[in-house]
Design a protein around this ligand. Sequence first.
Ligand SMILES: O=C(O)[C@@H](O)C(=O)CO
Ligand SMILES: [Mg+2]
Length: 255
Amino acid sequence: MPRFAANLSMMFNEVDFLDRFDAAAKAGFTAVEYLFPYDFPAEMVAEQLRNAGLSQALFNLPPGDWAKGERGLAALPERRDEFRQSVAKAVDYGQIIGTPLLHMMAGIAPHDDPATIASYRDSVSFAADAAGVAGIGLVLEPINSRDMPGYFLNDFNRAADLMADLSHPNIKLQFDIYHRQIIHGDVLVALEQMMPIIGHVQIASVPKRHEPGTGELDDYRIFAALDALGYQGYVGCEYRPAGGTLEGLDWLDKV
Ligand SMILES: O=C(O)[C@@H](O)C(=O)CO
Ligand SMILES: [Mg+2]
């Protein structure tokens, strides 16, 4: 059975962010992930994690102005300085909280423009180096264009090609099964082929992004495949509960 991490940006929204750690632990989770911890001092987040007896699986670099629609800075050449500051901030938080992985979002930018491609490549290398010095892995996640129109990294093969090209030891793929199914399908074959470069997995039903086992895929077969492929990382439960978070957790009993 995979090791599941509760995603505190989507789950346990019945309580405030800092109270979600305790709620996740009481529900039986041993690890958590979330998008961003930056509204709170890192020490405060670390204390919540520690007090709840949880491990941190991953969180994201600062994405720019999320409320204004920004979804990362890495592919935006004109934001290079701000991007580099965001890397320093994420690594700082990562060391204090104790995360093994940071996810770097690419940004809303054309994926066929030489300037944005060059910016992204430079940013990936820069962030992978900086995170690596701190002992933290960097992951890149292709995101489907229906949920995030205009997102730069919207293709799993392009992500894999880039990683092969950069050949940096500290870069891995964040394989979100929800995005994979919407972008390309062929989930089981892709998991097998890409397993050597996968650093983190996330799950949600497709197409509604609710609890596993409630959509078009056989999520239980996918969990069995992850075990059979020897996947050792966390599976982030990045879904929006269809009703209450606790009421929806019975899918875990069927894994
Ligand atoms: O899949 C997602 O949406 C997330 O993993 C993320 O990091 C950006 O929203
Ligand atoms: Mg995801």
